[in-house]
Ligand binder design. Structure first.
Ligand code: ADP
Ligand code: ZN
Ligand code: ZN
Length: 732
């Protein structure tokens, strides 16, 4: 007897095939089973989705699952059966021959119902197909290995855990603050917002919480997420040192995008089989299959890197909270500068309102480290025009380098991209394909577009007027490093050697391993002054840094992006946390953070001076509340790309018209289409439209119905190349 099996495959978002397809199978297959199925002339990896065989048609499509009233979508999506030719979307499904499942991937247990529910939720919430989310989160080798290769892979014995020869490390006794926090985590269900200063011992709390869990239940699994790959090696080393002695060297696996496909598969299988106790990874790890998941840690939870910026634009932090609830796993979000969303969700009760749904746990003190640096503000209005480094700052830097201390100079990349410029005719090095300037790279004398990559040798003369005298406008990080080297050329280190200045940014670290090498040099003390973009502010434990300088922070104060101050504040707090990490250093003068600004009295800098995140957050939240901005409202963006700006906007405005009746009914605001900040990239025009509502539920309801309108409009707007919805966008 043959069974009907519904299988989730990865169909492109705009194919009209929303999600599960129906196939035949000789045997009943449990939901979550990995299978290969034919689609057209190809064979795809798929996941068995539904209970098998009870319905003639799979209706568990993305669109119909979203819309309570599925009639909206079924008309445009008749092709839910696995037909021979999937391009015939409009063929009547009735007379179709069902195709059979090609094969079952043996040796892999079915993906759990929780995992499928997480995928289904993410797809629905972020307006993508469940097939896309499901398949994108599985290691590519599951799809790419042939049947023979797969059989060989399965035969390979998993290595028995190696006896660990690393010496067991002394485990520190928790401080009072840590002990209190751990007791709360143990006693309450969470989710927890661990609001702990830089160096307050948050990581130690994660380690302890994980340890306590494993002691209670040796089969438990723990997911630890970090925002950036750069930060994984340090944290991995710490977790390994703590857990490998007892749980074996295989107890921890990493999950991030720089693993090889084979490593990725190995680690995924280790997590999926329940063999790995701890999975440590970047945002993608939120979809790791972990059958015994009981604890999720999201470190630096405020970091924008947790938001995926393409495909399904999910927030790994928000999904972690959902997943914790779904699987009854505890969730700890940790940060010294929490996102305003999480801060708001963890608000204490007031007379009129109960507490937020997160539990806030505070660790204000730094452990075994020096005090936080003294914040000094330099009023740039009083400096000579075009000053880059104020004389006071230079003096402070000289003194510290002479004493053998290290300095970080933090740049905001945007202000430091030099553009070539002709003083005669006003020509600037615009990119012919983008609405942006190309940046002058001195090293190889090229003009490079940072948006589309278009690169040319620097012209000998101005393309506009032939003037030979074209020069960079503004300073790049490269020039800044040179400028600083000139200013400090006469400074000597304690050993009599000349000062050493290094630069870390996206350009200097393009080669693989380069960032690690440069960081190692800083750690080894070979560098006196490190100049860099925000890359250098995050997480690194530079022991000898005693002065941090931020040069051009002002842009964010008056940005049109309402989240810019939040990002700036957390960046500066993070950077400040890089100073004074070694309390055993005998300092002549206390650690300092210098901020050069034209608006030194700005409340943001006042709060920074006091290291007072709560004051900053409360002030920002009041402003957001008055303006009904998130977290007091919920937003989505639709972005459209077309050959002309008009076509992109026409499509969005038509979508706005189509949705306006429902939007009115649900009190959803639809704003007119506008060009995106960078309007044109690689000759593609980009426009966007903002959607806002004070109810998340209403917004979700609206988006679910509106999808069908957007799909329906496509045929009348052939010039639109693609469009995408971004729910809870981070940049507007
Ligand atoms: P955070 O993650 O909040 O920045 P860490 O957990 O990295 O803080 O701790 C900062 C430093 O303090 C680390 O060197 C860590 O080993 C040390 N530390 C943390 N907790 C303790 C403790 N209870 N006793 C002694 N040292 C500790
Ligand atoms: Zn010119
Ligand atoms: Zn370009």
């Amino acid at each position: 007897m043959s069974h009907l099996i519904s299988v989730m495959v990865h169909t492109p978002a705009h194919s009209g095939l929303g999600g599960a397809l129906t196939y035949e199978s000789d045997s009943v297959l449990a939901p979550g089973t990995l299978v290969r199925v034919p689609l057209g002339s190809r064979e795809l990896l798929g996941v068995v989705w539904d209970e098998a065989g009870t319905r003639p048609y799979a209706t568990e499509t993305n669109a119909s699952a979203l819309a309570p009233d599925a009639s909206h979508t079924t008309a445009s999506q008749p092709s839910l059966l696995a037909m021979d030719d999937p391009s015939h979307n409009n063929a009547a499904p009735a007379a179709l021959q069902l195709r059979a499942i090609a094969s079952v991937l043996d040796g892999v247990a079915p993906l759990s119902a929780h995992w499928r529910q997480l995928v289904q939720f993410a797809a629905r919430y972020y307006q993508r197909s469940a097939g896309e989310v499901a398949l994108a989160s599985l290691p590519s080798q599951l799809r790419d290995l042939s049947a023979e290769q797969w059989a060989r892979r399965l035969k390979r014995k998993t290595k028995p855990p190696l006896a660990n020869d690393a010496p067991a490390q002394a485990i520190p006794t928790p401080t009072d603050e840590q002990a209190q926090v751990l007791a709360s985590i143990d006693a309450q269900s969470g989710p927890f917002l661990l609001f702990g200063n830089t160096g307050s011992g948050k990581t130690e709390v994660y380690l302890r919480a994980a340890q306590a869990l494993l002691e209670r239940d040796p089969s438990a699994q723990i997911l630890v997420m970090v925002p950036e790959i750069n930060l994984t090696p340090q944290l991995e080393a710490r977790f390994r040192a703590r857990f490998a002695p007892q749980w074996g060297s295989e107890c921890l696996v990493a999950m991030h995008s720089s693993l090889t496909p084979a490593q990725r598969l190995n680690n995924w299988l280790a997590a999926h089989s329940g063999q790995a106790r701890i999975v440590l990874g970047t945002r993608m790890a939120v979809f790791a299959s972990m059958p015994h998941l009981q604890l999720i840690v999201v470190d630096e939870e405020h970091d924008p890197s947790y938001k995926q910026q393409e495909g399904a634009r999910y927030s790994a932090r928000d999904l972690a909270v959902y997943r914790g609830q779904l699987e009854n796993a505890k969730v700890i979000l940790g940060s010294a500068t929490p996102s305003l969303e999480s801060w708001h969700h963890s608000r204490p009760a007031t007379e009129t309102e109960p507490t937020g749904r997160y539990m806030r746990l505070a660790m204000p003190s730094r452990v075994g480290q020096g005090a936080l640096p003294l914040v000094r503000r330099v009023d740039m209005n009083r400096q000579p025009y075009k000053t880059v480094f104020s004389s006071h700052l230079l003096e402070a830097m000289r003194e510290r380098v002479t004493r053998g201390e290290q300095i970080l100079v933090l740049l905001n990349r945007r202000g430091y991209a030099p553009v070539l410029h002709c003083t005669d005719c006003g020509w600037k090095s615009e990119c012919p394909h983008c609405s942006a300037y190309r940046v002058f790279h001195k090293l190889d004398r090229t003009l490079r577009c940072h948006h589309c990559g278009f690169t040319q040798a620097v012209p000998r003369a101005c393309p506009g007027c032939g003037n030979l005298d074209i020069s960079p406008l503004g300073r790049g990080t490269e020039q800044l490093e040179e400028h600083l080297a000139e200013l400090l050329a006469d400074v000597r280190r304690p050993d009599g050697e000349p000062i050493r200045i290094a630069r870390i940014d996206a350009d200097s670290t393009r080669l693989k391993g380069e960032l690690e090498r440069q960081l190692a040099e800083v750690h080894a003390g070979a560098v006196d002054v490190l100049v860099g973009t925000q890359m250098i502010a995050k997480g690194h434990d530079f022991r000898r840094v005693t002065l941090v300088a931020a040069l051009n922070a002002d842009g964010a104060l008056f940005s049109s992006d309402f989240r810019a101050p939040e990002r700036l504040f957390s960046l500066l707090m993070q950077a400040a946390g890089r100073a004074g990490r070694d309390a055993t250093m005998n300092l002549v003068s206390p650690c300092e953070m210098w901020v050069q600004s034209h608006h030194p009295q700005h409340p943001l800098f006042e709060a920074l001076k006091q290291h007072d995140y709560p004051a900053f957050a409360d002030q920002q939240l009041r402003e957001r509340e008055q303006a009904t901005l998130p977290p007091f409202s919920f937003q989505a963006l639709v972005r459209a790309e077309a050959r002309s700006q008009e076509a992109a906007q026409d499509f969005l405005n038509a979508a706005r018209d189509a949705g306006s009746a429902l939007a009115d009914e649900l009190l959803v605001d639809l704003y007119p289409a506008v060009p995106m900040t960078i309007q044109r990239i690689a000759n593609i025009e980009r426009a966007q439209m903002l959607i806002e509502c004070t109810s998340r539920k209403a917004l979700q309801h609206f988006l679910a119905h509106w999808q069908a309108d957007l799909h329906g409009l496509r045929s009348a707007h052939r010039q639109v190349i693609r469009w995408a919805v971004d729910v809870d966008p981070l940049a507007i």
